[in-house]
Ligand binder design. Sequence first.
Ligand SMILES: Cc1cc2nc3c(=O)[nH]c(=O)nc-3n(C[C@H](O)[C@H](O)[C@H](O)COP(=O)(O)OP(=O)(O)OC[C@H]3O[C@@H](n4cnc5c(N)ncnc54)[C@H](O)[C@@H]3O)c2cc1C
Ligand code: FES
Length: 266
Amino acid sequence: MPASLFEPGLMRTCRIQSVIVHSPSLKSFYLPSSLDAAPGQFVNLWLPGVDEKPISISGMRDGLMELSVKSVGPFTRALMDCAPGDLVGIRGPFGTGFSPASNSLLIGGGTGIAPIRFLAQSLRDRGMPYALVCGARSRCELIFEDELREWGCRFASDDGTCGICGVVTDLLDEAGESGLISVVCAAGPEPMLLRIMAWADGRSLPYQISFERYMKCGIGICGSCCLDGSGIRVCVEGPVLGKDQIAQVTECGLPHRDASGLRLGE
Ligand SMILES: Cc1cc2nc3c(=O)[nH]c(=O)nc-3n(C[C@H](O)[C@H](O)[C@H](O)COP(=O)(O)OP(=O)(O)OC[C@H]3O[C@@H](n4cnc5c(N)ncnc54)[C@H](O)[C@@H]3O)c2cc1C
Ligand code: FES
C-alpha cells in the first residue's frame, strides 16, 4: 500500500511561526506547512498534553498555513497561551472543500469567517468574481476586518460596531440584487446557515454549506460527527455539503451532540 494513502492521517509536528491577536479570545496562528489544502477543509490541531481538535484553514500563503481560533473551552483556551516557537501537531487536511466558482456569494459568520476568508483568497488568486458578506456579534469578534473590507466585504454586527446593525442575513437581499449569483457558499452558526439555505431555496440557488459537529477521530472511524437521517460523516463527506446532501439531514438546527454522543439538553 503506498505510504501516501495514509499521509493525511499522519501527525506532523511544527513550531508556531507567528500569532496575530484579533482580541484576547480570538487569535490567528501561522504554521509552516506545505500541505495542499482546499478552502473549507480542516486540520486536526494537537496541543501536546492538552487535546486534539478540528480547526478550519483560514488561509495559505508563502508556505504558511493560517488557523483562526476563538477561545470557547479547555483546548482553545490553552491555545490562546501559545506563542511563536511553541510546538504543535497537525493531521490533515481533512474533509471536503468548497468548489470554486465565478460569481459565488460568500457568507461568513463568527469563526465561520475563517474558511470563507480562505475561499475568498483562493477566488481572488484565480481572478474569479465573487460577492462577500461577513457578520459577528461585535467588531472585536471579526477576524481580518481590514483585509476583508479591501476585498469588497460588507459587514453586519449585532451591536452595530461594524457595518450594519443586525445579522449577516440582513445583507443577503442587497448582495443578491445583481442577479449574478451562481452558488451560495456559507460557514457559521447553524441558525444563520438555516436562514441562508431558506433564502437560497427561495431563489432556486445551489449552495455549499460548511457544518460543524463534535469530532474525535477526524477520519471517519468513530461516528461521533454523523448527521442523523443521512449517515453523513461531517469529517469525511463534509464539512462542506451540497444541497442534495443536506436535504437528507434531519437534525439541522437541533442542539449539537457532546463528547458522549448525547444531544445537548437530552
Ligand atoms: C470542521 C470544523 C472546523 C472548525 N473550525 C474552527 C475554527 O476555524 N476556529 C475555531 O475557533 N473553532 C473551530 N471549530 C470548533 C472547534 O473545533 C471546537 O469548538 C472545539 O471543540 C473547541 O475545543 P475546546 O476544548 O476549546 O472546547 P469544548 O469544551 O470542546 O467546546 C466548548 C463548547 O463548544 C461546543 N462545541 C464543541 N465542538 C462543537 C462543534 N463542532 N459544533 C458546535 N458546538 C461545538 C461544546 O459542546 C461546548 O459547549 C471547528 C469545528 C469543526 C468540526
Ligand atoms: S470524527 Fe470520527 S467519524 Fe467523524
